[in-house]
Design a binder for this molecule. Structure first.
Ligand SMILES: C[S@@+](CC[C@H](N)C(=O)[O-])C[C@H]1O[C@@H](n2cnc3c(N)ncnc32)[C@H](O)[C@@H]1O
Length: 346
């Protein structure tokens, strides 16, 4: 399956009555495409952007099977792609060919290099088992950072990419995403992956750290990796702590280390804040336990704080707050509030 953006507003909306027309980047735009020293072009914020705000909404120029990337030698695939792009409206075709090709002559055609350099995850598409990627006008200009300040998302029903702020971004600051499979890898592993897959040496803020600061950052990411490996175990311990109390077990049956879970989660959260990087697979379990734990311990201020962070991040990753905002506004309404009653440890 290939999909092209000849003009989605006209072509696809005619094909699928009821498709929303207005899936364009917010107006006035919050970003501009501009040269960024040493990286070619990139995106820069044109105004202060709040955490969770949507910076870009756009339909891709092309959606193509992911195996096209790096499928060196599969000339029929590249020919199909060429033919497909040649049918696009001239302004969109020009847009595709204006994108960067970091692969030089490593791939057989200029277009293959462009697709390989600029593809972002797209889909999943029901009834199509393959993985898909897409190339878009603005999102494909986002440079990589090892502590990205935005997250790209793809909405399948409307074939729309969006870019959401993971934290507040100041006017003039670069807007970045991550290209890495695992952003918690150590500095040398991240550099190796970026060199092998994208052919560049990362010069983001974290990768520019040297000496003790780099070691500290590597250690912080290593600690988060360890925590991530133990998520299920920590959930079980947490449940035991809360449910044990809720079932009114005598307090002396609670192990002292049952409370370590707070130390661990608080530490992981502080690390994510100091690294300015909230690992997608970690922030929500950590924040969820901190919210529940602080609810059990009846600490309203802390519940509000952690639930607000969770609402911002969930909005950035999925477009909705997942109910966290309601928790932040009304901590006492959750099932977890004062769950241990008088039996909790003081
Ligand atoms: C998807 S494009 C991003 C937009 C690109 N900078 C442009 O000029 O259109 C990916 C390419 O941008 C460059 N790039 C992205 N992030 C970078 C970074 N952190 N450090 C150095 N180069 C980077 C690399 O050449 C990479 O192959």
């Amino acid at each position: 399956m290939f999909v092209s953006y000849n003009n989605m507003q006209e072509d696809l909306c005619a094909l699928y009555p009821g498709w929303p027309l207005s899936f364009s980047t917010p107006s006035p735009p919050m970003h501009q495409v501009t040269p960024i020293g040493g990286t070619g072009l990139g995106l820069v914020a044109t105004r202060d952007i709040a955490a969770g705000e949507t910076i870009v909404r756009e339909r891709p120029y092309i959606v193509q099977p992911a195996y096209i990337m790096g499928s060196g030698g599969a000339e029929d695939i590249y020919r199909t792609l060429e033919g497909f792009v040649s049918l696009m409206k001239p302004e969109n075709r020009r847009g595709v060919y204006a994108l960067r090709n970091s692969k030089g002559s490593a791939l057989p055609t200029e277009l293959a290099g462009i697709v390989d350099t600029n593809s972002q995850e797209a889909g999943p598409f029901p009834n199509y088992a393959a993985q898909y990627t897409g190339v878009a006008r603005d999102i494909s200009r986002a440079n990589h950072s090892c502590n990205p300040n935005t997250h790209p998302a793809f909405d399948t029903p409307t074939l729309t990419y969006s870019l959401h702020a993971l934290r507040p971004i100041r006017a003039g600051e670069e807007i970045t995403i991550t290209y890495l499979g695992n952003t918690l890898d150590q500095h040398h592993e991240r550099q190796q992956e970026l060199r092998e897959l994208y052919g560049f040496t990362c010069t983001c803020k974290i990768c520019r750290l040297t000496g003790p600061e780099r070691r500290q950052s590597d250690m912080a990411r290593f600690a988060l990796q360890l925590h991530r490996q133990k998520i299920a175990e920590h959930d079980a311990r947490f449940a035991k702590w809360v449910l044990g109390g809720a079932e009114l077990l005598p307090l002396d049956t609670l192990e002292p280390h049952d409370f370590d879970i707070f130390t661990l989660d608080t530490t992981s959260w502080s690390i994510m804040e100091s690294e300015e990087y909230c690992e997608p697979s970690l922030w929500e379990p950590v924040l969820a336990r901190l919210v529940k734990g602080c609810s059990v311990l009846e600490d309203e201020k802390e519940v509000r704080f952690y639930a607000t962070k969770a609402a911002e991040l969930r909005t950035a990753y999925t477009g909705s707050d997942g109910g966290w905002r309601a928790v932040a506004e009304n901590p006492r309404q959750t099932d977890w509030w004062a769950k241990l009653g008088d039996k909790r440890k003081k």
